[in-house]
Design a protein around this ligand. Structure first.
Ligand code: ZN
Length: 343
């Protein structure tokens, strides 16, 4: 396929998004609309002032603003509206499957009931599937800067709504909060039959990736880009085809790779790692999943072969059934064949 057709391939190929925090999809316009609806006063005078504050230096500087933005979410309809706005964008990007992270502790700590959060998000997933044909499921994530005891309490509060989420994740401030801190609660989640994923190796060392694999028994690593520092870990990840949900624009904005041309995704892919492309917190990091593909490919010069591999990796790293995955891969193959014919 000619290089000129790669952007069209990136835009239209069926793909899965496996690393997206729904609270990170709140656009400044929606934050202000929800603040008005709920009578919440924001520490920013305007949409423009809020957007201007999105100049981050590291993960923590982002998290401070992210939690302020989430403070406007109070009613079930707020969670529903937020998720529907994201799902419309994802469907437009030809995302056929999304496995959405949500952080209940960000809301329950403010007094919002667990049922409000989960019912609003879950209803959006069902409506989006009916409206746009996109498959959407939820992954409940624990905040790692809080205690394991708080994670256990969150799990217990969420279990009455067990049918509304498929897995458990671990996010928020990585440094100083190693995976081992959550070993017991993850073991409990595994016993409950939940899928397990965790952020590891974004800013933290390769030891945190090993910890997520060995202590938490995860099925995917979120980020994982620091694995490159450890050759043995790289060999292990390649041999086991462990999926890595990499987020290029997030890494750029949070200064993990300040210049996308230096991003190590092409090297991880070439080393045989099961890498995928995702948007993380699209409202804050300057783009949804197709923006991540387009900007990364423009910066690194990757081509159609890598585009296909990344899309295929994403579809096969979902928690959907093997038959459903195969159907999506067939859609991907059809899309590539159509574009190749046209070029
Ligand atoms: Zn993330």
């Amino acid at each position: 396929m000619a290089a000129a057709h790669v952007p069209a391939l990136l835009r239209t190929m069926p793909k899965a998004e496996l690393h997206m925090h729904i609270e990170g999809s709140l656009e400044p316009e929606l934050i202000f609309a929800l603040a008005q609806r709920n009578g919440v006063t924001l520490p920013y005078a305007s949409v423009e002032a809020l957007r201007a504050a999105y100049a981050f230096t590291d993960l923590q500087s982002f998290l401070d603003i992210y939690y302020a933005g989430a403070s406007v979410l109070l009613q079930e309809v707020d969670f529903y509206d937020m998720a529907m706005a994201y799902l419309a964008r994802a469907a437009a990007d030809h995302v056929v499957r999304t496995e959405i992270f949500f952080d209940p502790q960000t809301h329950t700590e403010r007094g919002v009931p667990m049922a409000t959060v989960i019912h609003g998000l879950s209803r959006a997933c069902k409506d989006a599937e009916a409206r746009w044909g996109i498959s959407a499921v939820l992954i409940l994530s624990f905040l790692r800067h809080l205690s394991e005891e708080a994670a256990f309490e969150t799990l217990e509060a969420a279990l009455p709504y067990r049918e509304h989420f498929v897995g458990i994740g671990l996010d928020s401030s990585e440094r100083g909060n190693p995976p081992e801190k959550f070993e017991r609660v993850f073991a409990r989640c595994k016993a409950l039959g939940l899928h397990l994923v965790a952020h590891a190796g974004e800013e933290g060392p390769p030891a945190y990736v090993w910890g997520a694999l060995n202590a938490l028994q995860v099925e995917r690593i979120d980020h994982g880009v620091q694995s490159e520092q450890d050759p043995e870990l790289m060999r292990h990840l390649a041999a086991t085809r462990m999926p890595l949900t990499v987020c290029p624009l997030s890494n750029q904005k949070l200064c993990v790779f300040p210049d996308l041309r230096d991003h190590n995704l092409p090297r991880l892919l070439a080393a045989g790692l099961n890498v995928t492309v995702n948007s993380d917190d699209p409202a804050y990091f300057g783009g949804y999943v197709n923006d991540n593909y387009l900007q990364l490919f423009a910066a690194t010069g990757m081509g159609a072969v890598q585009a296909y591999q990344l899309a295929r990796n994403s579809l096969e790293a979902t928690f959907a059934s093997p038959a459903q995955q195969a159907a999506w891969v067939q859609q991907l193959d059809d899309c590539v064949a159509q574009l190749a014919q046209a070029s």
